[in-house]
Design a protein around this ligand. Structure first.
Ligand code: ZN
Ligand code: ZN
Ligand code: FE
Length: 760
């Protein structure tokens, strides 16, 4: 669970080495080592050990030059052990060098060159800054923009690299002499803390209510929240709407403003103890909750707060991640903190974007948000992080590829829950969550991020990548770019996204599994339950779920009874024997039945997402029509008994997984829905296990990749992993990126990078 993980320690020959005395040594450190206070740390360490030489940022990380008689081994050990909390050392290369006779140790700030892709993510306020924030004798007492080299805004205020104050939205604030001294003092916690500021010279907050505007005003905003008002609060990556979750009137009003009937609201708790008063928190969850990334973590409810997350067993909770939030919540244990944007549109970063009638009053500030970015949303499953939305605190941490494809790649992703990714030299960067590309406002957000990446990373693509779907706006954008274009099938992209985060180059065959709602298949059908054998960038679709008709297209997603009907007809079951269908208007069912039989507006689908919907409705745990995406599947997971061991019959025929026997048995069986749901989950696990066994005997495959939005289902993920691992398979799953469509651009980019590498 630790953020830092380390890979190699080697010299040029690849061996660890002891450096002879009196010679100089050069150490190149790669990873997240810029914008996190790494150079001052190296400076202090080297000085304390009596080394002379220098440390400097390079386009690829940090270079350290050491001279002196002290132990280099000890230096390296301490470099790893004592590194700042947000630093992540990926590789550490050691080489002997010429002694240059340095008499002191310096931080070299010139000749840094063009930084590659190292824009750091935003970091929550560190404990030392928090202490100063609440210390009456500190000059930054109650200053809402306190920060240091270990914390503060990064990605959301950076305009271009290398990361330097002049290239951030702090450029307009001239540092006062005291701040300037800290900034230039290598032993200060604020040495080159680019957003360094204080009450004398830095940004300030404003409280706006009707015609009145008041400087400061954090206390007034807190007062308004306590009195049931809806307050818009400008934070790091955008505006939240905040209100008191224990005030039913306020919650009701917020639901009206946000046009959400059941979809849950996120909460911000003052501290871990406040969070623990409403939710159960495991040590692993606490570690994530309090980590510098400070995501929203899904936590099991301890008590019901009416209207916050109705019908679900969890709350999404985060802790204050800026000094402004810490001050605002000083006397409030918990607030609702939902993004202020209208439904389905990008998070708002500017007061001018807030539609009238959205809030009662506003707490804003004059530090411009350069790049908007949503809060990240995660859960912890089997001790591992699972991303439901990846944004603030994690983006834009680059992935190191371990090879350079030689060309610059821009991958535009798919359509729903989209992101974009770029490959520059040996690095891959994936953007924050951008939302549904059918919405014009999100298309503009996509353009905003692409042009931001172009400036930030001085990036121009040589090659574009898009989905196979001919009608996606991202496909059209890619086609119109006027550059060579590669199209990657949706589910292949899902699998390659997992390869990317685990740095896998599939030289030997691997079984790649992608289960999701929908993706455009190579045969023109809707895919979503796919098994690939993959070698290099070549792949074969060895199994898929038997096609059924998705009558009504997208309508069948919102009205899962249509899928129930399709499965019923496919399995030759009498329609009248299915309760869920009897409850729908008979004429509408008859029309749908005819459409299915004639294949009108009824594409074939192999989607596992739709299969989960079907079983959820058939067992009676979900309504015939749903309110939000994946609601039916989530309810099925919610009721499933984990300790059921049975499973339903299924058949593997040629390339097809046939579920007709399961449907018949499930309908006839007189068992509670909790048992049926459990058995259904086990059936999917058994199918995966059986196909993995086939792959092992045919191709000697021992490695299995699990991908696609269906694997957000914790029960399925957990049972599948255990079954495969017990059988001796190595399982690779998404941990640093979302299992869902947010990772399509990542997979596209990595697939293309490997393809380019193969062509070399
Ligand atoms: Zn700090
Ligand atoms: Zn100052
Ligand atoms: Fe997908």
């Amino acid at each position: 669970m630790r953020r830092s993980h380390e890979k190699t320690l080697k010299n040029e020959k690849g061996n660890t080495c002891k450096i002879p005395r009196a010679e100089a040594v050069k150490i190149c450190v790669k990873g997240t080592v810029q914008g996190v206070g790494f150079r001052p740390f190296v400076y202090r360490l080297a000085k304390s050990m009596g080394f002379t030489g220098f440390v400097k940022n390079t386009p690829r990380g940090v270079e350290i030059h050491l001279e002196g008689d002290s132990s280099v081994d000890e230096f390296i050990a301490r470099l790893r052990e004592e590194a700042p909390p947000n630093a992540r050392i990926d590789t550490l290369e050691l080489a002997s060098s010429q002694s240059e006779g340095f008499t002191d140790f310096q931080i070299n700030i010139t000749a840094e060159g063009q930084a590659l892709v190292f824009a750091p993510p935003d970091l929550s306020t560190c404990s030392e800054c928090l202490e100063e924030l609440f210390n009456p004798s500190d000059r930054r007492f109650r200053y809402p923009f306190i920060n240091c080299t270990a914390c503060g805004p990064r990605y959301t205020i950076i305009r271009a690299l290398p990361y330097d104050r002049e290239k951030t939205s702090m450029a307009s604030f001239q540092m006062c002499p005291s701040c300037n001294d800290e900034y230039n003092n290598p032993v200060s916690r604020r040495f080159h803390a680019e957003p360094n500021a204080c009450p004398v010279c830095g940004p300030e907050t404003f409280f706006v209510e009707g015609e009145t505007l008041k400087k400061g005003g954090i206390d007034i905003a807190a007062e308004r929240i306590r009195h049931g008002k809806i307050v818009a609060v400008k934070g790091l990556g955008g505006f939240h709407l905040m209100c008191d979750p224990f005030n039913p009137e306020a919650v009701k009003k917020l639901r009206l403003i946000k046009q959400r009937s059941r979809k849950p609201f996120a909460l911000m708790a003052r501290d871990v103890n406040s969070a623990k008063s409403i939710a159960v928190i495991s040590p692993e969850e606490e570690e994530i909750l309090t980590s510098p990334s400070r995501p929203i973590v899904l936590l099991r409810k301890k008590m019901e707060i009416e209207g916050v997350s109705s019908g679900l067993s969890t709350y999404g909770i985060m802790l204050p991640y800026t000094p402004l939030h810490a001050l605002l919540l000083e006397n409030i244990p918990v607030v609702i903190a939902t993004s202020a944007n209208p439904r389905e549109s990008p998070i708002l970063k500017d007061e001018s974007e807030i539609p009238p009638g959205t809030c009662d009053c506003m707490l804003t500030h004059n530090r411009e948000i350069v790049m908007r970015c949503d809060d990240s949303l995660v859960k912890v499953v089997d001790g591992c992080l699972v991303f439901l939305r990846r944004g603030r605190g994690y983006v834009p941490e680059p992935l190191e590829l371990r090879f350079s494809p030689g060309k610059r790649v821009l991958a535009l992703g798919g359509e729903l829950k989209n992101t974009v990714s770029i490959v520059k030299e040996e690095y891959l960067v994936t953007s924050q969550y951008l939302g549904d590309m059918k919405d014009l406002r999100n298309q503009e957000y996509l353009d905003e991020v692409i042009s931001h990446f172009k400036t930030l990373y001085s990036f121009e693509p040589d090659i574009l990548v898009c989905d196979l779907h001919p009608a996606f706006t991202t496909t059209k954008k890619a086609e119109n770019w006027g550059r060579p274009l590669i199209r990657v099938q949706h589910h292949v992209a899902h699998v390659f996204a997992v390869f990317a985060e685990h740095s896998i180059i599939p030289d030997a065959p691997v079984l790649g599994i992608a289960f999701d709602g929908m993706g455009y298949g190579e045969d023109g059908n809707v895919w979503g339950g796919e098994f690939f054998v993959i070698r290099g960038t070549g792949y074969e679709r060895i199994f898929h779920f038997r096609y059924v008709r998705q009558q009504g297209g997208d309508l069948a997603v919102k009205e899962p009874w249509r899928m129930v009907l399709a499965y019923t007809l496919d399995a030759d079951i009498n329609v009248n024997a299915v309760d869920a269908l009897v409850e729908v208007d008979a004429r509408i069912v008859k029309n749908a039945e005819n459409a299915i039989k004639k294949g009108i507006n009824a594409p074939y689908t192999s989607s596992v997402g739709r299969l989960f919907d079907t079983v959820a409705v058939m067992t009676g745990v979900a309504p015939e029509k749903i309110d939000f995406e994946a609601e039916a599947a989530m309810r099925l997971e919610g009721v499933a008994l984990a300790d059921v061991e049975d499973y339903y019959p299924f058949r593997l025929e040629k390339h097809e997984i046939d579920m007709r026997e399961m449907m018949k048995t499930l309908l006839k069986e007189k068992a509670p829905p909790q048992v049926k749901a459990g058995k259904f989950h086990n059936t999917i696990v058994q199918i995966i296990k059986s196909i993995a066994d086939i792959c092992r005997s045919r191709w000697g495959i021992n490695k299995v990749v699990l991908s696609g939005g269906v694997f957000l289902n914790a029960l399925l993920m957990s049972k599948t992993c255990h079954a495969l691992q017990e059988a001796g398979f190595e399982v690779l799953k998404p941990e640093k990126f979302s299992p869902g469509d947010e990772s399509i651009s990542l997979g596209q980019a990595y697939y293309t990078a490997l393809k380019l590498k193969e062509q070399e």
